[in-house]
Design a protein around this ligand. Structure first.
Ligand SMILES: Cc1cc2nc3c(=O)[nH]c(=O)nc-3n(C[C@H](O)[C@H](O)[C@H](O)COP(=O)(O)OP(=O)(O)OC[C@H]3O[C@@H](n4cnc5c(N)ncnc54)[C@H](O)[C@@H]3O)c2cc1C
Length: 365
């Protein structure tokens, strides 16, 4: 059967997944990426991302439940580690954890409440002072390995990958799409835009703001200590929520960061410099709450976050253009699922989900 040809603009996590899925389904695929095959200019590099089912919104719990077995499938197909199940804990005041438990209940996902004492016995590298919600299916994905695997598979199924190829414009023509790269043009039946934080520059989308965030790695004191993924849902003395701290085991050490924050940057002209105050805050946090690492071993890097419509993604199709963007700080766990969702939109076998449409975002902005 003739499958429409597709140009994928942006070869980060989402573009790699989309290209792989489309190529597997027999579409002629061309990927245009402004940087190299793997690079540190976007949001998809490094050695670790949390894959969790715990959200306070049953919609996202269900989405994560749909994505989760696809990680096991990817791992089964890989001879390097792309995903490892570790279990995950959310800890903090019970009232901050209740909405997450309610959403898990509503979506039928198993979890366990633990006391601080029980959790400390299982994971001595962390300090717990209040309530702990344990969800056993969480784990850690390895972005660099995942992207390499998806890109190789896409190319093995015929995809043409063009690194260092920056798209200037996307235009619909009467019988297809024309994508302009300097003096060159590429043509296809359809185009998929997966340009992360840059997407709104190439299509009529709500504008996005890039922030540079800086999680850090710390060396464990005892390499034999078991680590779950963790999110510390914190409150101040008045009980008001504070920025969450998160962490996870990775090949580079125990990664710890704060959710949100970071300075606003131009994604094409950023300094990659770590902010000393934020480093000091991380070190203080780790000294207080993560006794299983050596706080002196901090090794920090930077990554781009977007804030497009805060939390909801855009996975939508208009005419010959399908967009998958706005994944911000929590998209990686959905990577294999997004490839399939987008391929279904391209094929016209699925409708966009309302919350992921551009029009839904415009009404919330
Ligand atoms: C520090 C950090 C921690 C995170 N932790 C987690 C986590 O624990 N769990 C989780 O689920 N998610 C997490 N995320 C989020 C997740 O990593 C992102 O949502 C995801 O990687 C976004 O992928 P993307 O492909 O949409 O964007 P990107 O990776 O930014 O890819 C977009 C690509 O498009 C290319 N591009 C842009 N413009 C053009 C153009 N004009 N022409 C050609 N190419 C172009 C870019 O170069 C880039 O390669 C984290 C993100 C960060 C930064």
């Amino acid at each position: 059967m003739h499958q429409p040809s597709v140009i994928v603009v942006g070869g980060g996590a989402m573009g790699s997944s989309v290209a792989c899925e489309l190529a597997r389904r027999g579409h002629p695929v061309t990927v245009l990426e402004q940087h190299g095959m793997l690079h540190a200019h976007g949001s998809s590099h490094g050695s670790s991302r949390i894959v969790r089912l715990v959200y306070d919104d049953p919609f996202y719990v269900r989405l994560a439940v749909a994505a989760r077995p696809l990680w096991d499938e990817l791992q089964e197909q890989s001879d390097v580690e792309v995903f490892r199940r570790t279990g995950g804990v959310d800890h903090g005041p019970r009232e901050l954890l209740e909405p997450f438990a309610a959403a898990l209940d509503e979506a039928g996902v198993a979890f366990e409440w633990l006391t601080a004492g029980e959790a400390s016995l299982r994971w001595p590298g962390l300090r717990f002072d209040q309530t702990v919600l344990f969800q056993p299916d969480a784990g850690v994905a390895h972005p660099d390995h995942t992207l390499t695997m998806l890109q190789r598979d896409a190319i093995a199924h015929g995809a043409a990958w063009h690194p260092h190829t920056r798209v200037d414009a996307i235009d619909e023509t009467t019988d297809g799409v024309r994508v302009t790269v300097g003096e060159r043009t590429f043509s296809a039946d359809q185009v998929v835009l997966t340009a992360g934080i840059w997407s709104h520059r190439l299509a009529d989308l709500p504008s996005d703001t890039a922030t540079q965030v800086q999680p850090a790695h710390f060396m464990p004191v005892d390499p034999a200590t078991p680590w779950p993924t963790f999110i510390h849902r914190r409150a101040d003395e008045r009980g008001d929520p504070m920025p969450e701290a998160y962490g996870l085991p990775s090949p580079d050490g125990i990664k710890v960061g704060f959710h949100g924050g970071g300075k606003i940057v131009d994604p094409d002209d950023r300094d990659f410099a770590v902010v000393a105050d934020e480093v000091a805050d991380l070190r203080t946090y780790v000294g207080q709450w993560v006794p299983g690492v050596d706080a002196a071993t901090l090794d920090s890097g930077t990554c781009l976050h977007g804030g497009l419509a805060e939390d909801d993604f855009i996975i939508d199709r208009t005419g010959r253009l399908t967009v998958a963007a706005g994944f911000s700080g929590h998209g990686f766990k959905f990577v294999p699922l997004v490839g399939r969702m987008v391929a279904d939109l391209v094929a016209g076998t699925a409708e966009p989900q309302h919350r992921f449409t551009v029009s839904a975002h415009r009404t919330t902005i």
